[in-house]
Design a protein around this ligand. Structure first.
Ligand code: MSP
Length: 509
């Protein structure tokens, strides 16, 4: 039995509508969820919205709408990313749901029962934009290190004994060297924890928009306690006997942006240990996108609307670009010229052209049927083997979340196949050696079949389209099937269609 796979995105704040940075995290997670399903693993893929806290209360107030009505509206916009980007999330969680309120409160009660929560008073700095507390020593020119404005907060508050977890956390990082990726981020976290941990204020009493603290109606939970709990709510917590909880916890991979690493790598495992639960298996922090060299921000007015992008360029094209352009884990820059360049060169020229020239040649010159191969030459064997063996490279890189390397490896096969077409010249074999021509075309179609499977997690629509052009209509693709069933010679093929239209240079917005 293959291990189950639980993959989560951060839950998105609903203070603002989604932009491409949010879509990025979910698309990357979608690629991994789809890959794991093709491996025959049982997958739970979770995304959703983070709907409590001071930031959201403030924005709702400014808009003159009740917080619940406000979060209902904005959450819907995030939900719409699922059909827009063809995302395969199994659940969409909202922290205002009843099941989540119950779960966050149960987590709180368990932490209290085990002696890790006490009542006190907080006096210090708080940045509403980051929903984070900062020590005086962390401030830079009177602002949070992230640049967010801070305000002085003084109020009764419950505290979490984070200081008690310095040693347990360091031991946990040591015993689980794969807990945090990329490696550099792991070192960053270890250095931070080695520097000492202060207890954490985990309730607020100066506003109301949050999960009520059990038996303490004047307090709502600090939004990060509430938010992090979403990962177990979705599995049925507080029922630890729930089928999904037993199956998927702690087999989890939390995909996050680098800005929220500390919450996930320090607070979250500490909360879980405090409640007597096992921390998640792995976190992976990706980098941040800028837009044409500039930080993406609402105040700069340069957020990129995912809907407009998909309408203009196509869903698979945008998914491909985001996953291919920047090594997963590093920062990157979004630009229209880079996107158009990738579409024209990687998709239209390399991939699309390979499929087009093979399929239309077969359609016109080989009776529109899967050709019958005779004996394979050494070059044929080399290419077929490269197609088959690519899977093990994809698997290795999947384990490391090296998504860009998975794509690079696929494009190496595309390149090899294009070179093979040029070298074998099936068009000149038509008259001289039709038998050889049939073999060459069969080899190429088998390579296309492998490619159609391999690109499925990245570009699901294109994969389906290509499979249909190869006469395969089975929608439930697994890598096991890829290896079991070759193309059947003699099978009728539909009329070929292009996969990726080119973007013309003089096109105007
Ligand atoms: N609500 C918290 C997460 C709670 S998880 C228990 C939050 N929300 S957020 O909406 O502000 O950010 C969600 C994710 O979007 C983060 O992982 C963040 O890194 C990512 N991104 C937001 N802008 C981004 C870019 N410009 N580029 C890449 N990712 C970005 O934090």
């Amino acid at each position: 039995m293959k291990p189950p796979f639980y993959i989560t995105t951060p839950i998105y704040y609903v203070n603002d509508v989604p932009h491409i940075g949010h879509a990025y995290t979910t698309i990357a997670s979608d690629m991994m969820a789809r890959f794991a399903r093709m491996e025959g693993r049982e997958v739970m893929f979770l995304t959703g919205t983070d709907e409590h806290g001071q930031k959201i209360q403030k924005v709702a107030q400014t808009a003159g709408i009740e917080p619940q009505a406000f979060v209902d509206q904005v959450s819907e916009r995030f939900w719409q990313l699922t059909p827009l980007f063809n995302l395969s999330n199994d659940q969409f969680i909202r922290t205002t749901e009843e099941r989540h309120i119950r779960s966050a409160q149960a987590l709180w009660v368990h932490m209290t029962e085990r002696g890790f929560i006490y009542k006190g008073g907080y006096a210090g700095w708080y940045a509403v934009r980051d929903e984070a507390f900062y020590a005086e020593s962390e401030l830079v020119n009177g602002k949070a290190p992230t640049g967010a404005d801070v305000e002085w907060v003084e109020e009764p508050s419950y505290f979490f004994k984070l200081s008690a977890f310095q040693e347990p956390l360091l031991a946990f990082y040591r015993d689980n060297p794969n807990f945090i990726g990329p490696e550099a981020r792991r070192n960053e976290v270890i250095r931070f924890v080695e520097g000492g941990l202060n207890d954490l204020s985990i309730s607020r009493s100066s506003f109301k928009w949050g999960v009520p603290v059990p038996d303490e109606p004047e307090h709502v939970m600090y939004v990060w306690v509430d938010a992090l709990a979403n990962y177990i709510t979705a599995l049925g917590y507080p029922d630890e006997k729930a089928a999904n909880f037993k199956k998927f916890w702690p087999e989890s991979l939390h995909i996050i942006g680098k800005d929220i690493l500390r919450f996930h790598a320090v607070y979250w495992p500490a909360f879980l240990m405090a409640a007597g639960l096992t921390p998640p298996k792995r976190l992976y922090a990706h980098g941040w996108w800028t837009n044409e060299g500039q930080k993406i921000s609402k105040s700069l007015g340069n957020t990129i609307d995912p809907v407009e992008l998909v309408e203009n360029y196509g869903v698979d094209q945008v998914r491909y670009f985001l996953l291919r352009e920047v090594p997963f884990g590093q920062d990157g820059d979004f630009s229209r010229s880079a996107l158009e360049q990738r579409i024209n060169s990687d998709l239209a020229n390399d991939f699309g052209n390979l499929a087009q020239r093979v399929l239309s040649f077969v359609y016109k010159n080989a009776e529109a049927k899967v050709p019958t191969p005779s004996s394979f030459s050494e070059q044929d064997e080399v290419l077929l083997k490269a197609a088959q063996e690519l899977l093990s490279r994809l698997r290795e890189n999947f384990e490391k979340q090296a998504l860009h390397r998975m794509i690079e490896a696929i494009w190496e096969l595309v390149g090899a196949a294009n070179r093979y077409v040029d070298a074998e010249q099936p068009w000149s074999l038509k008259k001289t050696d039709p038998e050889r021509m049939a073999t060459v075309l069969y080899v190429l179609m088998e390579v296309l079949r492998h490619l159609a499977f391999y690109i499925a997690p990245i570009m699901p629509q294109t994969s389906e389209k290509l499979l249909a052009l190869l006469g395969i209509t089975d929608k439930h693709m697994t890598f096991e099937k890829l290896n079991q069933k070759k193309l059947e010679s003699g099978m009728d093929l539909p009329q070929p269609q292009g996969l990726f239209p080119r973007i013309e240079k003089d096109r105007k917005e």
